[in-house]
Design a protein around this ligand. Structure first.
Ligand SMILES: Nc1nc2c(ncn2[C@@H]2O[C@H](COP(=O)(O)OP(=O)(O)OP(=O)(O)O)[C@@H](O)[C@H]2O)c(=O)[nH]1
Ligand SMILES: [Mg+2]
Length: 440
C-alpha cells in the first residue's frame, strides 16, 4: 500500500544523506518534497502541515546541521516523527474480565468477520482460549462465514437462530464461554451501509450488556480519507477503544492509514495484511515507519521466520551445513518453509534497502521460477537429491522431461546448488557455524 510514498521518501532522504554538508536550504527543499509526497499519498493536509513543521523545526536545530552526519540525523528525525504520527493513542490490547469480551464493529464489508477469526488465531498463539460469537441476526450467510472460519481454525463458534437480538446472542456467547472454560469472547457484529442511529443504538446496547474490554472499529484502509471520517463518526457516538485497519495489502495510496490516529486520537491496534488467516499484524508504528522510509522491518521479518521455522529442524539443518551434508532435499524443504512465511515481496520489503528488489523477486515467483525449481527437485530420485554429482546427461534429460522444464533449467539449478555448496564449505572451514541467513 505504501509503495509509491515509500519510494519517494526514500529518494528524497537518500539525497539528503548522500551529501557532505546539509544546509537549511537543503532541509527546506527536502521538506517541500516530503510534504508533496505525503499529500499525494492522501494524508490529511492538517496532519501533513504539522508533521513537516515539526521535522523542520527539529532539523534546523543548531547541533543537527553542524554535525558530520546531518543527513542521517534528519532521516532519524523523520523516522521518529512518523512513528509518533502513526502511534497516537493507547495501543495495548486490553483483555480484562473473565471472559474478556472483544467486540468488532464497522461498516459493511470492512473485514469484521475475517478480522474476528484472525484475531482468534492470534490470541490462540498467545495461549488464550477464544470463543467466536456470530452476532449477526440478519444474514444466515454471515453466520455461516464465521462458522466456516472457526472450523478451519478448530475453534468453537457460538450462534443463535436468525432473528435473535444481538444483545441476546452476545450474552449467550459469554454464558457459553463460562460454561466451556473459554477465557476470551470475540463478538462479530453485522455491518451497515452507513453510520446510522440504529447501528449506534445496537452497539450501545451491546456495550451495556456485555461490558467489552475492547470495542474495536474495523476500517477498510482502501477507502482513503473516508475511513478517517467513519472513524470520527463512530468515536463520537460509541466508546470505541481502538482501530483495526484492514486491506493494508491493497493498492490504495495509504494516506488514510497514516493519518487516522493523528486525526481521531484512536490507536490502530492491528493491521489486516491479507485475506488469509495469517494476514494480521500487531501494529508497530516504529516498524511501519521504517518500512515506509525504506529502512526495512527486520524485527517483523525475524518474528515471522521464528513463527514459521521449526527450531529443531533448523538445528538439524545447521548441523548438516557444518558437516557440508546439505542436500537438494534440504534445499527444497527450506524453500517450502520460506513460502509459508508469506508473499516474497512482503518479506523482502522488510529487509533494509531491499524494497526495490521486492517487486522483481515477486515477479520471479509469479513467473513460476520457484515452482520450476520445486518441480525439478521433485523429479529427482532421493539418491540424486543427496548426491547431485551423479547427475549425468541422461539423468538430467530425464529430470527435465519429468518436471516439464528444459535441460538448461536443470543445468542451471545444479550449477547454482554446486556454487552454494562450495560457499558453505568455505564458511565451514573458516570455522564459522554454518547457518542459513534466516536461522538463528
Ligand atoms: N486483501 C485483504 N482482504 C481482506 C482483508 N480483510 C478482509 N478482507 C476481505 O474483505 C472482504 C469482506 O470481509 P468480511 O470479513 O466478510 O467483512 P465484514 O465486515 O464481516 O462484512 P459484513 O459482515 O458484510 O459487514 C472479504 O472478501 C475478505 O476476504 C485484508 O486485510 N486484506
Ligand atoms: Mg461479517
Amino acid at each position: 500500500m505504501f509503495d509509491a510514498l515509500s519510494e519517494r521518501l526514500h529518494d528524497v532522504l537518500g539525497r539528503l544523506t548522500g551529501r557532505g554538508r546539509v544546509t537549511e536550504a537543503d532541509v527546506d527543499a527536502a521538506m517541500r518534497e516530503v510534504r508533496l509526497a505525503l499529500l499525494e499519498a492522501d494524508v490529511n493536509f492538517r496532519v501533513v502541515k504539522d508533521f513537516v513543521a515539526r521535522v523542520r523545526q527539529r532539523a534546523i536545530g543548531a547541533q543537527v546541521l553542524d554535525s558530520l552526519n546531518a543527513g542521517q540525523q534528519v532521516v532519524k528525525i523523520v523516522h521518529e516523527e512518523l512513528t509518533a504520527l502513526l502511534g497516537a493513542g493507547d495501543r495495548s490490547l486490553h483483555l480484562s474480565g473473565s471472559p474478556a469480551v472483544l467486540v468488532l464493529v464497522g461498516l459493511q464489508g470492512s473485514g469484521k468477520t475475517t478480522t474476528a477469526a484472525k484475531l482468534a488465531r492470534h490470541l490462540v498463539r498467545q495461549g488464550r482460549r477464544p470463543l467466536l460469537v456470530a452476532a449477526d441476526p440478519y444474514r444466515p450467510a454471515a453466520v455461516e462465514q464465521l462458522v466456516a472460519l472457526g472450523r478451519s481454525l478448530e475453534l468453537p463458534v457460538h450462534q443463535a437462530p436468525t432473528g435473535t437480538p444481538v444483545v441476546e446472542i452476545a450474552r449467550g456467547g459469554v454464558a457459553e464461554a463460562r460454561r466451556s472454560g473459554r477465557d476470551t469472547v470475540i463478538v462479530d457484529t453485522a455491518g451497515r451501509l452507513n453510520v446510522d442511529a440504529a447501528l449506534m443504538a445496537e452497539i450501545s446496547a451491546l456495550e451495556a450488556a456485555v461490558h467489552p474490554a475492547e470495542t474495536l472499529l474495523v476500517v477498510d484502509a482502501m477507502i482513503g480519507q473516508e475511513a478517517v471520517a467513519i472513524a470520527e463518526a463512530f468515536r463520537a457516538a460509541v466508546p470505541v477503544t481502538g482501530l483495526v485497519l484492514t486491506k493494508i495489502d491493497g493498492d490504495a495510496r495509504g494516506g488514510a492509514a497514516l493519518s487516522i490516529s493523528a486525526v481521531t486520537g484512536l490507536a490502530v491496534k492491528f493491521m489486516g495484511t491479507g485475506e488469509k488467516m495469517d494476514g494480521l499484524e500487531v501494529f508497530h508504528p516504529d516498524r511501519l515507519a521504517g518500512r515506509i522510509l525504506g529502512m526495512g522491518d527486520v524485527v517483523t521479518l525475524a518474528e515471522r521466520a521464528q513463527e514459521t521455522f521449526d527450531a529443531q529442524q533448523q538445528a538439524k539443518l545447521a548441523e548438516k551445513l557444518r558437516r557440508n551434508a546439505f542436500t537438494l532435499e534440504d534445499f527444497l524443504e527450506q524453500m517450502q518453509q520460506l513460502k509459508k512465511m508469506g508473499p516474497v515481496d512482503q518479506l523482502l520489503g522488510m529487509i533494509p534497502g531491499m524494497g526495490g528488489l521486492a517487486k522483481q523477486a515477486q515477479g520471479a515467483v509469479d513467473g513460476g521460477e520457484m515452482k520450476c525449481i520445486e518441480a525439478i527437485i521433485q523429479a529427482m530420485t532421493p539418491a540424486e537429491r543427496r548426491e547431485p554429482a551423479i547427475l549425468n546427461g541422461s539423468r538430467r534429460r530425464r529430470i527435465a522431461t519429468g518436471s516439464g522444464t528444459s535441460l538448461p533449467d536443470v543445468n542451471r539449478l545444479v550449477k547454482q546448488f554446486g556454487e552454494m555448496q562450495k560457499l558453505m564449505k568455505q564458511l565451514g572451514t573458516a570455522g564459522r557455524r554454518g547457518a542459513l541467513p534466516l536461522s538463528r
